[in-house]
Design a protein around this ligand. Structure first.
Ligand SMILES: [Zn+2]
Length: 448
């Protein structure tokens, strides 16, 4: 088959043949010749290939072409628009739209099934939904990421992924259904699926030796030597000293041995304050900087690649988050994505806290916006919009409680200090105590 320039891949009972070329008649001829070969091989080995179950797909940018006539053992092979290959739906235009629709439906069904099996009518806890998301949903979406990740830059694909992710994120942080994806992602500490998908794809490529120049430079990820290929430890060569410097070290060690006794070599943690180690480090750095020799080994460990790719993901996410039109209130509390992860870990986000951190809650301004109240104004003066900012910063109804909170925190509550109030471990407790009690009162008042 090599001579025919055909790519063949087989997995269990699935066989794929790929033919490529410039002209359709040539490809058609090549394909039919190979199919005949495969069929004959099957006959010789008493293996029947089901021609009626075999499909072909044409992937081309050409707008006009004569559909090739393919056949195997006298049966015509159907030309289709989509094929499913090892769980990945490939469409003829490589948009992966069908694949995304399929995985979204699959994930939703799994979720519904889990809820039904658990027989929980009052809803699953945040932690359980998060576990389902991380261990079931994400792996399903990230499957075969390297093949279709680039398609996720299309708005239509992004929309599907966003809807899917928003549903889970909203349930995890128990926010109102109207919450924006951006806010929900910050409150749950999740990364946007499409960016996460591209990260997974790049990691896959880096692992297989494809340089990711914009992030990792031209260096490659080190590859583990296969166990089978490695020598038996007994056969390992002794370390030989090829350079003069190394020979000098050996002489020095021998000198010490002769004068003062034994020399032992230990591994110690770098930069832990041992004087000798710090000095050795300094000298090694100096030698590395002044040496004209290229390093013998310049691959980096996988952990480094993972960290760099994650940093890149977070930068992309931060850029999107800062520019977004939605999630304005959340951005006041958490302008920085990285910082938000550290803070959100320490907060037990529930429905009330989500209302405070998103502005989507039982406040007049919100209720009015969604046609659930007749006016957006706060009862304190019937002129000012009752937003979460008004309740926390201005509303005279909570003046006394606010003052007490401010005295305890040591600073005044303003739009600019909301971030500080929530990030600082000491002020956070005082802030939430004030915010929760005020919001509870407002929500109750607006219900009656
Ligand atoms: Zn008010």
């Amino acid at each position: 088959m090599d001579s025919e320039e055909v790519y063949c891949q087989a997995f269990a009972d699935d066989v794929v043949l790929v033919f490529s070329g410039q002209k359709f008649p040539k490809i058609e001829e090549k394909a039919n010749r190979t199919l005949a070969l495969v069929h004959d091989w099957g006959v010789r080995n008493k293996l029947g290939f089901a021609a009626h179950k075999t499909n072909a797909i044409i992937i081309t940018r050409k707008l006009k072409y004569d559909t090739p006539q393919l056949h195997m053992g006298g049966t015509n092979i159907k030309i289709v628009d989509e094929i499913k290959l090892l769980g990945l739906i490939i469409d003829k235009k490589l948009t992966f739209h069908s694949h995304v629709v399929h995985i979204c439906r699959k994930v939703t069904n799994i979720y519904k099934h889990l809820v039904k099996t658990a027989k929980i009518s009052w809803g699953l806890s945040s932690e359980i939904i998060r576990t389902i998301y991380v261990s079931v949903v994400e792996p399903i979406v990230l499957y075969a990421a390297s093949v279709w990740a680039s398609a996720s830059q299309k708005i239509s694909i992004q929309k599907h992924l966003n809807t899917l992710q928003r549903g889970f994120a909203q349930k995890i942080c128990k926010a109102y259904r109207t919450v924006s994806l951006n806010s929900a992602l910050i409150l749950t500490g999740l990364l946007p699926l499409d960016i996460r998908l591209r990260e997974a794809a790049r990691l896959y490529e880096a692992k297989r030796g494809k340089p990711q120049e914009d992030i990792l430079g031209d260096r490659k990820v080190e590859v583990k030597e296969l166990f089978i290929e490695a020598d038996h430890p007994a056969k390992e060569e002794e370390i030989t000293f090829s350079t003069i410097e190394a020979a000098e070290i050996l002489t020095k060690i021998n000198e010490i041995r002769n004068n003062r006794g034994d020399v032992k070599l230990y591994w110690i943690k770098a930069h832990c304050g041992i004087l000798g180690n710090e000095r050795a480090d300094e000298l090694a750095k100096l030698a590395a900087e002044t040496s004209k020799q290229a390093p013998v080994y310049d691959c980096f460990p996988l952990s480094y690649a993972k960290r760099q790719l994650r940093d890149n993901t977070i930068n992309t996410w931060q850029e999107r988050y800062t520019k977004a039109e939605t999630g304005v209130v959340t951005r006041r509390f958490f302008p920085d994505v990285t910082e938000s992860y550290k803070t959100i870990e320490k907060i037990n986000v529930n429905n009330l806290i989500s209302q405070i951190l998103t502005g989507h809650g039982g406040f007049k301004a919100y209720l009015f916006r969604f046609k659930l109240a007749e006016s957006p104004y706060c009862s304190c003066d019937n002129q000012t919009s009752q937003t979460i900012e008004h309740i926390l910063i201005d509303c005279p109804k909570f003046q006394l409680a606010r003052l007490e909170c401010e005295l305890r925190m040591g600073f005044v509550l303003q739009e600019e200090t909301l971030n500080r109030a929530i990030n600082n471990n000491d002020s956070r407790t005082h802030f939430f105590k004030f915010a929760i009690s005020s919001v509870e009162k407002i929500v109750k008042e607006n219900k009656t």
